[in-house]
Design a protein around this ligand. Sequence first.
Ligand code: SF4
Length: 96
Amino acid sequence: MIGKPTTQTPYPGVSESRPSWLDLALCAQTGSAFFFPEPGSSVREAKQICLACEGRAACLEYALANDERFGVWGGLSEKERERLRKGPARTPADRA
Ligand code: SF4
């Protein structure tokens, strides 16, 4: 599944400032298709790659800090990062 190594990240804009975690990024070896799939497509393969990536924590931190809305970052999908940003679900009892 992991293809020919490359020095480019599949993430537009990130390569210009080149955070250090990109040196560990497994996605740089696979291309963007796994990480930015068509709407409604599975992100399972991207998440599996992320699980083996040593840059995962820093990648997720970067995505949250920069409000990245699209694609898989740090092993989390767009919806998973949105839930993480919003925090735990609130119940009526929490608001009382
Ligand atoms: S955690 Fe995933 S998206 Fe982030 S750098 Fe690693 S492989 Fe890429």
